[in-house]
Design a protein around this ligand. Sequence first.
Ligand code: GDP
Ligand code: MG
Length: 182
Amino acid sequence: AAAGEKREHLYKVLVIGDLGVGKTSVIKRYVHQFFSQHYRATIGVDFALKVINWDADTLIRLQLWDIAGQERFGNMTRVYYKEAVGAFIVFDVTRVSTFEAVAKWKHDLDSKVQLPNGTAIPAVLLANKCDQTKEGLVNNSSQMDEYCKDKGFINWFETSAKDNINIDEAARFLVTSILAND
Ligand code: GDP
Ligand code: MG
């Protein structure tokens, strides 16, 4: 690129997982540096745009797709997944049922969207609300590493939207992988 000219990328990233795990909170924290106990669960799909000055010649627009109201079905339509290049799957470390749902979400994702070359889109697992636990439900990190390998996640992070823990790190990891695929 010419001097002063930046390469721009627009990436669609999905945020999925069971109701109440903190999907909306993670997005608000990441995009608006803000946390609230109360988000209205509007029905439908919401978008948030995070602009990242990745490096001297790369600008990234991350379009984060949030869902509301449809989580209880445990799957989404192909249209929703269409052209996504990355995903966060979120669970709540205080509710084991939301972790059990992760495999189902990952399967739904992989069955409905692939990269142009046919491989799975990069997905990062977020063990959210880590501020709520002393030990953490995730007290065995090598077991989580194994789980991620088995289920095809590129990595996992313990996060807190409330205390702003690891959200930037998780996003950076996902974007690095997205760029490598592009
Ligand atoms: P969603 O249904 O997955 O979008 O979940 P929300 O973002 O609406 O969050 C559900 C509830 O969990 C809300 O009361 C949030 O304030 C709370 N919450 C979300 N993230 C965290 C977190 O990291 N820590 C704690 N303690 N509460 C959280
Ligand atoms: Mg929500």
